[in-house]
Design a protein around this ligand. Sequence first.
Ligand SMILES: Nc1ncnc2c1ncn2[C@@H]1O[C@H](COP(=O)(O)OP(=O)(O)OP(=O)(O)O)[C@@H](O)[C@H]1O
Ligand SMILES: [Mg+2]
Length: 576
Amino acid sequence: MDEQRNPKLEIRDDEPPEPAPAEPTPVAPRKSSFSRRLDRHLQKKAEADAAKAAKVKPRKKTKRDHRNHDHVTGQFLPGEVTDLAPDVVTFAGKSPLAVMKTYLPHLYYAESRAAWKVFLKAAFAEPLDAEEQAVYRQCTGRTKEFVEAVREIWLICGRRAGKSEIVAFLAVYLACFKKYHRSKGEKILGMVLAADREQAGVIMSYISEMLHSNKRLEALIARRGNQFRETQKSIVLTTGITIRVNTSNYRRVRGYTVAFVLCDEIAFWESEDAANPDHEVLKALRPALGTTRGMLICLSSPYAQRGELHKTYVRHYGRDESRLLVWKAPTRVMNPTFPQEDIDAAIEEDPTAAAAEYGADFRTDVRALFDPAVVQACKSTHEERLPQAGVTYRAFVDPAGGSGQDSMTLAIAHTEIVGEEASESTVEVLDCLREIRPPFNPDDAAKDLADVVRSYGLNSVTGDRYAGEWPRERFRAHKVEYELAHKTKSELYKLLLPLVNGQRVELLTNPRCLTQLQALERRTGRGGKDSIDHPPNGHDDVANAAAGALVLGVNALRYRFRCVVPAPATEEMRAA
Ligand SMILES: Nc1ncnc2c1ncn2[C@@H]1O[C@H](COP(=O)(O)OP(=O)(O)OP(=O)(O)O)[C@@H](O)[C@H]1O
Ligand SMILES: [Mg+2]
């Protein structure tokens, strides 16, 4: 008989064993009231310490603080960090497009600026998609992309293409989001160069607007009290960089540590004391960019086939091996919002000029009149030659009103006969050059120049038809006759050309005269007629007076020979 099992007594393997009876929880010993108070005190103290550690009271700022940004580590000392939005500091190392997207989204998301975005990607060696590559090839003539960010950019674009705006953005990026090596106390500049301060002011105004358009960028402008350390000429940033306007004068750009340079409208730079200011300025600047490994950005609409812009274009455009980015594009490729009808009207009026202005082509109709080396070879060691007895001088004046941009100038010259009798030739010698720069009183200027004319034993001066009767009256009042030149300025220069090329001219060591002569350019008009003048933004007052005085001599000499050397027919007639 099966023994009936009692399930309650049966032990089964799959059932969990019965839990062991819980041990009785130890009862905390009862604390005395003193211990309880001590615990509460310690806990409060720990909480207070933790709160204190979390909330550091900013120390008082010192003058030195803004220099304490270490550009190698990218760290700021606490005094400065408290002023900045924290993510501004951590942004160092972002690409320009990432910065544009975050801080200036109105530029980033504008469809019309697509080509400029390709430009930025190309310059900073970011990968391009197929569509972007097509734009890149069209504007650089290259087939290969850059493998690292470039250090030199040359932008040759049509008018209103957006050059100034995009380089202003680059200035903001390079000043706020890039680190530079800097020794203690070293001041780093970001330079904006243009032919004059007003022109450089265009880029400065774009930079200022971009910085103020975003609160976090604005926080990077240094302050003195509540005032931003910003003027029309400079903006001081808490990153340790000062963005500053400079003129394109090679003497004024030396001696600084420079993070980046923007050279606006470099094809139109003019200088009073350098025949090729673009070359001189870049030569002076490149060492300043060396220690910071800074970026050089040159931009311009194209002009004549000379100068650094054209030289760089010839040497580097379309060269895959070049380490420079040369970006050449017509206006509407970079800025499709520019009206096509304006371009069409410009083409109709002057196709060559429009091709340069909007098509970004260098002008083929503008050439330098003189070879600079030939002009230099005509230079003598004299600054001025004093009047000599027995020499016949002549004087030429280029009058001006004194209130505009033009100087009033006077040149005095004479002719010398050189060589043996058989191979005798003449040299036109410049004796004296005077320039009175504006502003001046035209009456006083005429008196001063008349005094100089008389000191060379002359009682007449030749000049152009400037302002009708006015110069005649002024010079006559000072006992000097003003005779009208029957040649235009262009004709005077044309007559001077063979004299200079044949080294039949002796000039003075007057840098203004030499510079202006070297800058003269010959332009072929629509009818095929040539005209010679100074380049845009330039002056030629001193060169004009010098050319007048030198060339007048040639005519006088011809006249003298005609009068003094009797014609054979006349002799025969006399003998008869
Ligand atoms: N791609 C674009 N899309 C829309 N607007 C643009 C574009 N590029 C430039 N602009 C606008 O055109 C105007 C001229 O820009 P900017 O001054 O930068 O041109 P620029 O090439 O320097 O002209 P300029 O040859 O006269 O010096 C500005 O108002 C700018 O905002
Ligand atoms: Mg511009």
